[in-house]
Structures are given as C-alpha cells and as structure tokens.
Design a protein around this ligand. Structure first.
Ligand SMILES: [Zn+2]
Length: 116
C-alpha cells in the first residue's frame, strides 16, 4: 500500500511493466511518442496517426476517474482474500462508495476470468 500510494509512482511502474521504459503508440506502433505537459499523456509522432494515449489504454484502468493507487490496492485486496471479497468490504477498506467498489470488482473479475 505504501509503495503504490503515489499516483506518479503507480504510473511509472505501469509504464516500466508495459513498455520497459520505451513507450509505443498502441494505434500504429510508432516507437517514439512524446509526453504532453500533463505528465501522463503521450502523443504519437507519426504524421498519419498523431493520437494521444496513456499507459492505461486497453487495460481495466482505462476510462475511469479512479486513481491508479486505488486500483492497485483493489487488486491487492482481491488477490489476497482467498474466500473472495464483497463490494461492501472493499468499499469500506478503500474508502470509496459501494457502487465504485462493485465496478472495480466487476472489472477485476473480468480479467481474472480471461485465460490470457
Ligand atoms: Zn500512432
């Protein structure tokens, strides 16, 4: 929890895991996108692409307002409760609404059920 309490650390960790320090455009595989001022969005250099993306694109963390630190904590809790964890318990432990916890659990269960 303390290791991933900072949003930037979580993002850097994901970028290292996914790209090994070398971001790649998920749309056209261009190798040298540049980072925008917000510190997390990359823009493709390819003149025919030019799309923006972040490291979370195509992951369960994509298109949510939930901080990565909360996602990481959720993954930890879900994978460390052998009997399963309820959305009520997760909402209490994370300090989020039960609706948010239910959404998080739904996404995590979805990836856990996939073979890859
Ligand atoms: Zn591209």
């Amino acid at each position: 929890m303390s290791r991933f309490s900072d949003e930037n650390l979580c993002r850097q960790y994901m970028e290292q895991l996914r790209w090994n320090g070398h971001p790649v455009c998920p749309y056209c595989n261009e190798q040298k996108p540049y980072k925008l001022k917000d510190g997390k969005t990359y823009r493709c250099r390819s003149k025919t692409c030019r799309k923006d993306f972040t490291v979370t694109i195509g992951t369960i963390f994509d298109n949510t307002k939930l901080p990565l630190s909360t996602w990481f904590a959720s993954l930890y809790m879900v994978t460390h409760h052998e009997q399963g964890i309820s959305s009520l318990r997760l909402s209490r432990d994370l300090g989020v609404t039960q609706k948010t916890a239910w959404f998080v659990l739904h996404r995590i269960r979805h990836i856990v059920s996939e073979e890859d």
